[in-house]
Design a protein around this ligand. Structure first.
Ligand code: NAD
Length: 490
C-alpha cells in the first residue's frame, strides 16, 4: 500500500501567515521515520516571520473578539466538516510523517476532530454570572472575555490532535493564534490550517510557522518577549515547559503546560487479569509507546505477578511491527534516531542493574523498511526504582514490570516521581478503587480502564507534568479571563 493523498494540495511546502502561504530562504526536510524518505522541505522561519505573525494575529484578534459566539461556532463547524471530508488524507499525512499505523492515524483524526466539534458547541456556552447584590441598586456581574493572542507550541506524537485541541478552544473563545508545530511533524498541522482557510477563517486568525529544532527557540523567544502574546499553550517536555514558564514571567502570560508523564499502572491481586492485560496493551502500545499518558511503570501485586507477566508476554509477542504502508502493522517506528537510542539506553541500564527480559529487548530490523527506527515490543521484569526507566519517560514499546505486596506500598511507588499526569489502577475492590483514585498524585486516574482521553473530559497534569486542562468545559476557560463588572445606582 502506498500512502498517496487524494488531494495532493494538502501536502504543503510553505508556512501559513495572514492567510497566505509563505516560503522563506531557509528550509528543513521532513522525513518519513519508517523509511527516511524526504516528504517535503518546509520553511525554517525566524524572528521576522514570528513578529509578523503576532502583528497579523493581533489585528485579527481585535476583530474576532467582537464576532458573536454563534458565528465563531459556525467557523468551527465548517472546519470540522472539512476535516471529516478529508479525514483519509489527514490520516495518511500523520502516518507518513509520524509513522503510526494507519488505523491509529484514522483514530487520531477522529479524536482531533472531536475537539473541534466540542469547542464549536462550547463557544456558545461561555456564561458569566450575576452575583446577588448586597446594596440596593448595585448590579454585580462577571463576563468571560478572550485572553488575546495565543502562542501554541506542540510536540510530534499527535500531530493533529495536539494542534486541534489548542486552536479550536482559542477560536471558540475569541482569541487569535500564532502556532509552531513540532519539527518532525509539521505537515499535518499545515494541512489543518489549509482546511481552516477553506472553511473561511479571516486573515491572521491562525498563523502556522514551521521551524527546525535548532531555530525553535529563535521563534519562541520573539513570542515570549512580545507583550501582545497573552497566553502560551504548550505540549511537550517538562524541560522546555519550565523554560517557557521562566521566560514568560516578565510579561506575565497565562500558561497551559501539558508536559511529560511517568504514569503508573497498578494491578492488584483481585483484578480481572485479562481486562488488566487488555487495558495495558491499549494504554502502552498506542503510538509505539510514544504518548505522554502511556504507562511507564507497571506495578503488579505479587500473587498475580507471574500469571500477569505470562499473559502479557503472550500478547506482546504477537504484535506486528512494521511501517504504516503495511495495513497489518500495529507498532510503527520511533520518531527518530534520538528516540530509538533513548529506548536502547533505558533497556541496557535496566538489564545491567538486574532486570530480566521476558520478551523483545532489542532493535527490530524491518525487512519492509530497512531504514526505520523500530524497536521490538518488550516486557522487562524485576525493574526497580533506581533504574532510569522508572524515573524518566522511555517513550517506546517497553513494559517495565515491578512486583509489590501491599496497597500502601503501591501508592508510595506510584507517587515516587516528580510527574503527575496519568495513572491506571486495576482492582475489583470498590473501596480500594476510590481510595487509590484519591491517593494517587495525578491529574487523571483511570480505574479498570486503559483509555482516558476524550474531548468531553479535562486532560492535564499536576506536579511537574504541568498545569491547565484541555478539552471539556475547563478547556475553554484556559483561553478566557473573567471580567467583573460593578454597576452602581444611577
Ligand atoms: P519537546 O519539548 O522537545 O518539543 C515540543 C515542542 O517544543 C516542539 O515543537 C519543539 O520544537 C518545541 N521546542 C523545543 N525547544 C524549544 C524552546 N527552547 N522554546 C520553544 N519551543 C521549543 O518535546 P518532544 O520531545 O517533541 O515531545 C515529547 C514530550 O511531550 C514528552 O515529554 C511527552 O510526555 C510530552 N507530551 C505531553 C503531552 C501532555 O498532554 N501532557 C502530550 C504529548 C506529549
Amino acid at each position: 500500500m502506498t500512502l498517496t493523498l487524494s488531494r495532493p494540495d494538502l501536502l504543503r511546502h510553505e508556512s501559513f501567515l495572514n492567510n497566505e502561504w509563505v516560503r522563506s530562504g531557509r528550509t528543513f526536510a521532513v522525513t518519513n521515520p519508517a523509511t527516511g524518505e524526504v516528504l517535503a522541505d518546509v520553511p525554517d522561519c525566524g524572528e521576522e516571520e514570528a513578529r509578523a505573525a503576532v502583528d497579523c494575529a493581533q489585528r485579527a484578534y481585535q476583530a474576532w473578539r467582537r464576532v458573536v459566539a454563534r458565528d465563531r461556532a459556525a467557523l468551527l463547524r465548517r472546519w470540522h466538516q472539512r476535516i471529516l471530508d478529508n479525514q483519509e488524507d489527514l490520516a495518511r499525512l500523520i502516518s507518513l510523517e509520524q509513522g503510526k499505523p494507519l488505523a491509529e492515524s484514522r483514530g487520531e483524526v477522529a479524536y482531533g476532530a472531536s475537539y473541534v466539534e466540542w469547542f464549536a458547541e462550547e463557544a456558545k456556552r461561555a456564561y458569566g454570572d450575576v452575583i446577588p447584590q448586597q446594596h440596593n441598586g448595585r448590579r454585580l456581574l462577571t463576563v468571560r472575555e478572550p485572553v488575546g493572542v495565543v502562542a501554541a507550541i506542540t510536540p510530534w506524537n499527535f500531530p493533529m490532535a495536539m494542534i486541534a485541541r489548542k486552536i479550536a478552544p482559542a477560536i471558540a473563545a475569541g482569541c487569535a493564534v500564532v502556532a509552531k508545530p513540532a519539527e518532525d511533524t509539521p505537515l499535518t498541522s499545515l494541512a489543518l490550517v489549509k482546511l481552516l482557510q477553506e472553511a473561511g477563517a479571516p486573515a491572521g486568525l491562525v498563523n502556522m510557522l514551521t521551524t527546525s529544532r535548532a531555530r525553535a527557540s529563535v521563534l519562541a523567544d520573539v513570542w515570549l518577549a512580545d507583550s501582545r502574546v497573552r497566553k502560551i499553550s504548550f505540549t511537550g517536555s517538562t524541560a522546555v515547559g519550565k523554560h517557557l514558564a521562566r521566560e514568560s514571567a516578565p510579561t506575565l502570560k497565562k500558561l497551559s503546560l501539558e508536559l511529560g508523564g511517568n504514569a503508573p499502572f497498578i494491578v492488584f491481586d483481585d483484578a480481572d487479569l485479562h481486562a488488566a492485560v487488555d487495558g495495558l496493551m491499549v494504554a502502552k502500545f498506542r503510538n509505539a509507546g510514544q504518548t505522554c499518558i502511556c504507562p511507564n511503570r507497571v506495578y503488579v501485586q505479587r500473587g498475580i505477578h507471574d500469571a500477569f507477566v505470562a499473559a502479557l508476554s503472550e500478547r506482546v509477542r504477537q504484535l506486528k511491527v512494521g511501517p504504516a504502508s503495511n495495513a497489518a502493522s500495529q507498532i510503527g517506528p520511533l520518531i527518530n534516531l534520538r528516540a530509538l537510542e533513548k529506548v536502547q539506553e533505558h533497556v541496557a541500564d535496566a538489564v545491567l542493574q538486574g532486570a530480566s527480559i521476558a520478551v523483545g529487548g532489542k532493535v527490530f530490523e524491518s525487512q519492509e523498511a530497512p531504514g526505520g527506527h523500530f524497536y521490538a515490543p518488550t516486557v522487562l521484569t524485576g525493574v526497580t526504582a533506581a533504574m532510569r526507566m522508572s524515573c524518566e519517560e522511555t517513550f517506546g514499546p517497553v513494559v517495565p514490570v515491578t512486583a509489590f505486596d501491599g496497597e500502601q506500598e503501591a501508592v508510595a511507588l506510584a507517587n515516587d516521581t516528580p510527574y503527575g499526569l496519568a495513572a491506571y489502577v486495576y482492582t475489583r475492590d470498590i473501596g480500594r478503587a476510590w481510595e487509590l483514585g484519591e491517593a494517587i498524585e495525578a491529574g487523571m486516574v483511570a480505574v479498570n480502564d486503559g483509555v482516558l482521553s476524550t474531548e468531553i473530559a479535562p486532560f492535564g497534569g499536576i506536579k511537574e507534568s504541568g498545569y491547565g486542562r484541555e478539552g471539556s468545559r475547563y478547556g475553554l476557560e484556559e483561553y478566557m479571563h473573567i471580567k467583573y463588572l460593578c454597576h452602581g445606582n444611577l
